[in-house]
Ligand binder design. Sequence first.
Ligand code: PMP
Length: 427
Amino acid sequence: MKHSEALFEAASQHIPGGVNSPVRAFRGVGGTPIFMRRAQGPYIFDEDYRRYIDYIGSWGAMICGHAHPEVVEAVQQAAAQGLSFGTPTEAETRMARQIKTHVPSMEMLRLVCSGTEAAMSALRLARGYTGRNRVIKFQGNYHGHVDPLLVKAGSGALTLGNPTSPGVPEAVVADTITLTYNDADGVREAFSQYGDEIAAVMVEPVAGNMNMVPADQAFLDTLRELCTRHGSVLVFDEVMSGFRVDLGGAQARYGVTPDITCLGKVIGGGMPVGAFGGRREIMEQLAPLGAVYQAGTLAGNPVTMAAGLKTLEVLSRPGVFQGLEETTRNLAEGLRERARRAGVPVQVNQMGGMLGLFFTEDGPVRTYQQVVDSDTQRYGRFFHGMLAEEVYFAPAAFEASFISITHDASVVEQTLDSAEKVLREIA
Ligand code: PMP
């Protein structure tokens, strides 16, 4: 890790906090971030050539494993033809078709360069389409660093406009209502107060930013019902859950159809990407057809399309996603069992290729409060213990774990043996 310390010091001279995204800085667990040099399959290699089993997978994007040979080849071929044209290309249509095959509610869609952009554009579109301003979001859900969505809940459930970050004017969040995740009654109350002023409800149908917390079926059913009744746009932010909890995303899993869906991560196979799409009637409000403006110089660029298309192709092959799900389920069950043996109370959530480990007795974990109340200190010790064992979990208790199709049974077994050892140490 020595090399990383020097690199971090150098980076900190030029880049705020030494990182280009805060979670990378290890503030949640203490210590110096590890600089990585390369990655292959389920493994990531640091600057000292230590090899770790990777459960971050670039926060979900690397679902086919790192440097998947077919994805790399597709990228190389595309790159040789030119990196970006700023004109339409056929690959964008293929990507749209491929996404729609799995997520049919996205009748039309537009490609962007990040999840933040997808969420920001979806919100603008929902507001433009409805001619309303208010938006409901949920505490612990993250939709990228979109100004009107950077809001924390106040003391009362219906408190409005409390910016999470300096630089976000109160006026910008004045129309944002922050409610409690998985609390259907709170949403009913908000709709009874503001119903016909609500442009959109934005939700992570499987939350991946308060570690991993699935929605209750009744909660999503209620959102759908209230949005339909009040003419509000239901936006599923599936940037994390898309192609991850199911090939059709959380909406396939729950059988709840949103009006707009946001995607990212997996559909770019590791290249910068995002997408938002939904009902044709709504999407046709976008420029140049409609008046809602949205654009992007590098949107749908051919290299990203090549990486994303190949990733989706590999993932959609018969049995591949089922294999991923089975591996992840085995990891979840193994973690529960090893923790029980070590005498450490844990709760493990799992869906598709995504997993959430919580140090708490209070389960199942379904609320933001339960996540906040879990033992984050103990998570920090677990994280560093696992790192010493060369297993790389997320450097924060509030982040989920991501499994790839290259994590096989032996990788899981090795992870579990290390976990049991570390859990005994921190018991
Ligand atoms: N929405 C969700 C649900 C996310 O998990 C994230 C990022 N983790 C974003 C939006 C923002 O995506 P990006 O970091 O690509 O801007």
